[in-house]
Design a protein around this ligand. Sequence first.
Ligand code: ZN
Length: 361
Amino acid sequence: MLVRLLLVWGSGCEASQRRVKAVQLVAGVDLGGTAINYTFLNEQEEFLIEGMCEHPSRSKEGPEVCLQQIGDGLKIAAQQAGVQLSDVTVVGLDTPGPSSAAGVLSAKGSTNFVHPNWAGFDIREGLERRVGKSVTYLNDGNAGALWGHFRFFGANNRATSISAVIGTGLGGGVIVEGNVVKGRKGFGGELGHVLLPFHGIAGIDGLAPECNCGRKGDLESLCSLTAIENSLLPFFLTKYAGHELGKVRNLHEAAKLVRGLAENGDPMCREIFRVQAHALGLFFDKMVNTFDPDALIVGGGALEAGEEFQRWFLDQIRAGMPEQREEQADIPLYLMPNGDTAGARGAAIEALRFLGESRLG
Ligand SMILES: [Zn+2]
């Protein structure tokens, strides 16, 4: 899940200084449970909105109200960014999953989309009807991964990257030779539920990390805010008697304080983040051997921290990776930029890729 920073209208929607006149544009629409974030992207691969540009999603009121909100917000965002809506040829949409690769939400409903009419709803097709333009679809994890990939490789490339986004859960995605791996049923890039040989991580003998999906020892059960709350913090508090987090009212509140304390050098909280980084190292090792990728990318709320902490965490990921063969030992490990806008930007990049392909076709 992507961390979202809510800003009020007017502060984030100003057009970028780099804007150039373009005939054709695409839009990026990141639909969340409470807010929609917008961006625009031109054919020179320049984003026309720098920060967040939000409109209420009213998703609790069901698909019809929400689609109306998306359309209304798109007009306002275009005005704010100084673009003509008629220049927008493709709209890229992303939403939380689970959903099919084609944009049909799960029959059980999607995360944060609680109205009964969302069950099995074809949101891509619904938006296409509403705005009268072609609409592409990605889930929010894959959209974030595509943004991370674009940042380092651009929109038209044949590079391969793996992005892991550490938030409440563990999201991300896999881009192979420039294309998002969506999978047969839309579950491509569900990195959080890949099982790890976690017993090899030092200092966690006796830890039994369990994921909400039912698996024991998958990446999300070790590397997410939920993992801190459910497994890592209770485990380490028994080893650090009298730690200040043991006095916090409940684990949910205490878990949110771990990152800040780790950044300030608290030994227990650093240990918790070291274990998370080493779990990620084991996971990335699987990816290196599966895809021989051009880059590994890591982002999310866990890394919205100072540079020293970020560098230390990246070093710990490498330290947690088993030894690599000589040809792969120098694989770049990047930090994903601009977490708040990742969904909208990734959705826009998918729309731009669709625009390029439809011309070729
Ligand atoms: Zn899981």
